[in-house]
Ligand binder design. Sequence first.
Ligand code: AMP
Ligand code: MG
Length: 498
Amino acid sequence: MNTLVDGSMAVDAGLRWNNRFAALGPSFHTRLAPHPLPDPYWVGKSRAVAGQLGLSDAWMDSPVALEVFAGNLPLSGSAPLASVYSGHQFGQWAGQLGDGRAILLGEVATGDGAGLEVQLKGSGLTPYSRMGDGRAVLRSSIREFLCSEAMHALGIPTSRALCVVGSDAPVYREEIETAAVVTRVAPSFIRFGHFEHFSARGQLGELKTLADFVIDRFYPACRETGAFDGNPYAALLEAVSGRTAAMVAQWQAVGFCHGVMNTDNMSILGLTLDYGPFQFLDAYDPGHICNHSDPQGRYAYNRQPNIAYWNLFCLGQALLPLIGEPDQAMAALEPFKTVFPRELDARMRAKLGLTDAPREQDRDLIDALLMLMAQDRVDYSIFWRRLSRWMAGEGGEPVQDLFIDRAGLDAWMLRYQERIKTIPRWDGAHQMLKTNPRYILRNHLGEEAIRAAKVRDYSWVERLLTLLERPFEEHPGSEALAGFPPDWASTLSISCSS
Ligand code: AMP
Ligand code: MG
């Protein structure tokens, strides 16, 4: 096991640190430094995330920064550690897991007081690596980097990604690949699994410490009198349920499949976390399974909302010793069943440009459309973008061309237009163009970036980042990247291997 690097080598990046998770003590983590990554090189950087942390472009371009994010030089003020958690994987209790290849460098203090944690993923063995090698491969690191930033730009709560650093160091998966480290940023990386861990072991003191920490830092309203009959832990469960419901509603609306919704991948802050075999839908197929390692389709696109609820139930069980009454835990979970459909309706109505108050028939209108799209396997994102452009009077290719059942679509369009006509002085097209992205990170685009990066060409990573940071804009010259997936896209197989 690597020991802490000599502090005298530490790099001062001008950051202020406030390492609150580290201060929770040794029951929650093991302090250790990242393992060095030989001969690192830059693969991609997000200037936006660097700016959020207070890192200047000049510093990010320095050789020292490269060594820092390779895990080769410590940042002064950081307090690196790997945290311990457990979880349910594919519906089964998996026992102890933990940061097997991630190292939390610490929490950077931000002006708003919320703080931003900085984590290296793929930085070598930790006490929680189990059978793994502690490394991540280039392909999965590029996918995580691009998707984090794409999701953020789509307005979906997510961990962010600062940069990817590569190395020629070999990593053994199904074949020999090369290592990379992606630097992730989030207010907290605490997962449902952290709570499950201490609860399963009967470490109720630690369970309470963790819950109090999360409430005080992120959910202070849970302590207000009147919040859930004065039960802050039930209030916490309810608040997490609400955020999770809102996040999954956004996934469904944009056509995002996470792929591995194990409880150890569920953020206590309702952030999209741990990008593995994720996929944005190409053709609309409600039962789509994006993860080759999930033949049963436990995490299929249309199962994501139910799985989120199942995961929240696990969190509720873990919090039960603090909540006290099972009835209260169940009551705290109950709002999910109304919040999720309400949030989803709001998102789908926004996609349709329904800017007025919801009406009962809106759900039918949405369902009828989705049924037509499923029947003809219509490209999900292209449909919404074409509809938006058409409604905005921009012309473009006809929506009708996407459907085999033209009569069905024409009938639906009539209904839709009748509905729009009921909105006085309708001007929802602008909103539609800001809701229905032109550019999404389709699997084949990620694959192009990966193939190029494998031969040291990082221009695709940069180009995709530029598009995905502004997914609602037209980017002249990149129209083809907003088009249909090529035939070979359907042969891509994305598994848990990363
Ligand atoms: P994931 O499927 O990436 O969410 O990982 C599930 C668990 O396995 C987590 O505890 C990870 O830290 C751990 N893990 C995944 N890949 C590796 C690896 N290459 N080395 C060590 N631990 C890993
Ligand atoms: Mg994970």
